[in-house]
Design a protein around this ligand. Structure first.
Ligand SMILES: Nc1ncnc2c1ncn2[C@@H]1O[C@H](COP(=O)(O)OP(=O)(O)O)[C@@H](O)[C@H]1O
Ligand SMILES: [Mg+2]
Length: 362
């Protein structure tokens, strides 16, 4: 997978930009608040996904403007060149929301592009994969799966909509005539979607876990072992039964207590939960291992290595881990941001500077 060209207009603090990334490394340096992460965010949005910063669409539009536009020429072995254009319009604009064009033709919602351009972001907030909530880890798995299997997003959306509907039924149960029959109908559909989510997530973890374990071994010289385990509250084929058995608990709680929206990804070091037992350094190694595993797995599944977006992570790693990361991304297209350009003196790549939203040769 290669990004050949990126053109931006009115994206966050970037009035306009025209980026020709290198085939391998592109380094963007600049002081804080200049627009480095904004640029990576724009590249990421070409995947069709929402911002990795959790930003709402209107926040992406440059203040005072109606539209932000991101255009990318991408190249993949199996399709050759494609031209993606994503537009984000304000609510008041003639074209609100995040929409896409592919090779000049309307493609509807940006999320319809999922799977075409693939990227993996690694940023300081990823430490939350270890320290954060199960929700954060589910989001990681789901975001990766959306890029790998275009149909997965539809399944997820359908499942979440059903959960929202069932939750509101549980809340107003007494006032709803025929509540039990309605709930049976929701459960039947939830079981179908939920089993599919479980199947995809479990298969993803089967692929990811050994790769992450091996990466961790390499980073830590085998001093401890990283294991990833998908924790799901029901067995394959058992969701319908679990939902039926949870009916009373659900009614008492007033929300759905069972299903893949409660799953977790367990991270352990030598059999102990990384969240409580790992040092800061070990947690960073774990996240680095997982992110590199995500990229390698995507390459295995799709036949195209995703573009690597490394936002401000090098300064957080010690020299040995910096070296490991930079060695691993060699020969893969990688865009790195950093405040300090001295980390890259020896590196061969495209060097750029970001200053007040303006990109220039560094
Ligand atoms: N919608 C927007 N319109 C204009 N400026 C924005 C918008 N969103 C963010 N910014 C500005 O972008 C800057 C942050 O850019 P960022 O890419 O996070 O910096 P860094 O170089 O540290 O990664 C801030 O100055 C912020 O005010
Ligand atoms: Mg930043």
């Amino acid at each position: 997978m290669r990004l050949e060209k990126l053109i931006l207009a009115n994206f966050r603090n970037i009035q306009s930009a025209d980026l020709r990334p290198g085939e391998e490394l592109t380094v963007i340096t600049g002081a804080n608040g200049q627009g480095k992460t904004n640029l990576l965010e724009a590249v990421w949005l070409l995947t069709g996904a929402k911002s990795f910063r959790g930003a709402k669409d209107p926040q992406l539009i440059r203040e005072g403007q109606q539209f932000a536009v991101m255009e990318g020429a991408i190249f993949r072995q199996d399709r050759g060149e494609d031209y993606i254009r994503i537009t984000v319009g304000t609510k008041e604009s003639p074209r609100p929301g995040r929409t896409a064009k592919l090779n000049g033709a309307d493609a509807g919602r940006a999320s319809n592009l999922a799977g075409l351009f693939t990227a993996v972001v690694f940023e300081p907030g990823d430490l939350e994969l270890v320290k954060g909530s199960p929700e954060r880890r589910r989001r990681f798995i789901d975001a990766a799966l959306c890029q790998l299997y275009p149909g997965y997003l539809a399944t997820l959306r359908r499942y979440s909509r059903l959960i929202a509907q069932k939750n509101s039924l549980l809340k107003f149960w007494e006032r709803t005539p025929g509540a039990a029959e309605m709930c049976d109908a929701f459960d039947a559909d939830l079981a179908v979607q939920g089993e599919e989510i479980r199947r995809r997530r479990a298969a993803f973890l089967d692929g990811l876990a050994p790769l992450a374990k091996k990466n961790y071994e390499e980073i830590s010289s085998g001093s401890e072992a990283l294991s990833l385990c998908y924790r799901c509250g029901f067995e394959t084929g058992g969701l319908a039964g679990t939902l039926a058995a949870s009916r009373m608990a659900d009614r008492k709680a007033g929300y759905c207590t069972a299903g893949p929206h409660r799953d977790d990804l367990e991270l352990e070091l030598d059999g102990r939960p990384a969240k409580n037992f790992a040092s800061q350094g070990q947690q960073r190694s774990a996240v680095l291992s997982i992110k590199l595993a995500e990229a390698a797995l995507a390459a295995e599944v799709t036949g195209e290595h995703p573009v690597m977006l490394l936002d401000d992570v090098l300064s957080e790693l010690d020299p040995a881990r910096q070296e490991y990361l930079l060695t691993r991304v060699r020969q893969k297209q990688t865009i790195v941001t950093a405040c300090d350009s001295s980390l890259f003196h020896k590196a061969a790549g495209v060097m750029l500077k970001m200053d007040g939203g303006r990109l220039s040769e560094g």
